[in-house]
Ligand binder design. Sequence first.
Ligand SMILES: *[C@@H]1O[C@H](CO)[C@@H](O)[C@H](O)[C@H]1NC(C)=O
Ligand SMILES: *[C@@H]1O[C@H](CO)[C@@H](O)[C@H](O)[C@H]1NC(C)=O
Ligand SMILES: *[C@@H]1O[C@H](CO)[C@@H](O)[C@H](O)[C@H]1NC(C)=O
Ligand SMILES: *[C@@H]1O[C@H](CO)[C@@H](O)[C@H](O)[C@H]1NC(C)=O
Length: 501
Amino acid sequence: MVHHYRLNQVRKSDVEEEESTRDSEAQMLLADCAKKTRPRLLPMLLLFSLFSCAIVFSSSLSNLYFERDGPFLTDARNPLPCSNADDTDCIYCDRTGYRSDVCYMRGDIRTQSSSSSLFIYSPNKTAEFRVEKIKPYTRKWEASVMDTIDELSLVRKSSAGEPTAQHSVCEINHTVPAVFFSTGCYTGNVYHEFNDGLIPLYITSKKFNKQVVFVILEYHNWWITKYGDILSRLSDYPPIDFSGDKSTHCFPQATVGLQIHDELSIDPTLMPDNPANIQDFRRLLDEAYWPRIKSLIQSEQQQEQQEQEQGVVPVPVPVGVKKKTQIKKPKLAILSRNGSRSITNEAELVKLAEEVGFEVQVLRPDRTTELAKIYRALNGSQAMVGVHGAAMTHFLFMRPKSVFIQVVPLGTEWAAEAYYGEPAVKMGLKYMSYKVWPRESSLYRRYRHDDPVLTEPERMTKKGWEVTKSVYLDGQTVNLDLTRFKKRLLRVYYYCSIMSL
Ligand SMILES: *[C@@H]1O[C@H](CO)[C@@H](O)[C@H](O)[C@H]1NC(C)=O
Ligand SMILES: *[C@@H]1O[C@H](CO)[C@@H](O)[C@H](O)[C@H]1NC(C)=O
Ligand SMILES: *[C@@H]1O[C@H](CO)[C@@H](O)[C@H](O)[C@H]1NC(C)=O
Ligand SMILES: *[C@@H]1O[C@H](CO)[C@@H](O)[C@H](O)[C@H]1NC(C)=O
């Protein structure tokens, strides 16, 4: 199908100018990363955690800025420990990961929530007593976050010397494996919910093909409600609230803790048994949200029909008689922020984008917005624009090949690329960063124009979290230079039309 986009709007010089700017930006970025990724990775990760565990962190800022080298990815282990069907009392903890520990168990596993324990009863009468402790959460490197997470003891007992009666009796005997993990520390931050929780859960549980029970520490009803659509695609069984459910559950096999690869992404080479990538995760989201979206569409159609019957709206012209001039416009979604890092001239931006030829939808997701609705809007858009922040996580809802423009305020460049820009590229999106110039930042009016806050944000953010947070994250809004931004929009419009997105 040929789309009649207004190609003539794209002046060649605009495109070329932007290309060259972008190329040099890209080179700078590469040079930046090569120099700084290692030492800066940790502080920036820590910086992000603050969004979710603000209280924990504000008391432990002094810990944040230490450097650490070392592998950031979990090694692939093939086969996985304790996966041999002959194992009858296997406990193996892999503590080599930078982001998480994961323990594996196989045998006669029984839960005891009163003592936060999982027992494994060995048939070997002389088996050694053994205890492993683990906090099944994926932010291992952040001691102050981990301090808030419940710890589990994995205990191997021999059946010798202990009459069976003393073993906790199996009240609920499951035939499928369990995956134990914590949903602690989340405070409704969508970045953490996907990055620390759902994607690792997908990585860890995909191989079970829904034949798995999720046992959740620090269980929250809201989390189950919010992500029920996704959870039911990963497991055919209802999740268990570990501390709320006092029954003894028995499992033949358990994974305690979640495997995690990298920021909002999946590395198939680390899943040798059952490889998947982030596009597969996205497909799962599509399947998960489809039933709800279908019912939304149906109820909208019913309502429209009723209104037509009541004469509220005119009956549409029959198909085929449709006006020829009607052309399909590419859709642009603006993820709007309120307060810090908001776009102060958002209304003008909307107008501009409409002039360029987009159909514009402004989304204002908050903690209570139903994700299926956001998914529907973004899955139906060709482009998304937003200012750097947790809401950028929703790039996961965009269809591959569509466009993601991230507006990058001063002092957030590194985080914007590492947390959203690079993962978006891995997902197959066309990613553009729009780095605001000092005069587009509200800081331009607050500081002298030669102040390092404006001239050297990179150096300033190295001074520590307080500066980064108060000056750049909380203290900044963006007033887009619409002449400059228009060039981006034209490029995107042009791209959408040649790609027939
Ligand atoms: C039982 O456990 C002991 C002590 O750990 C070990 O030496 C022995 O090989 C085990 N026996 C079997 C049959 O696994
Ligand atoms: C649990 O069920 C399995 C399969 O039916 C059975 O082999 C096992 O003995 C049961 N375990 C307990 C502790 O009841
Ligand atoms: C997402 O968009 C694609 C392409 O338009 C469509 O096939 C799919 O059904 C949409 N998914 C949902 C859940 O609406
Ligand atoms: C922004 O937030 C304030 C206070 O929370 C509220 O009064 C205002 O209506 C919000 N604006 C928009 C556009 O949502």
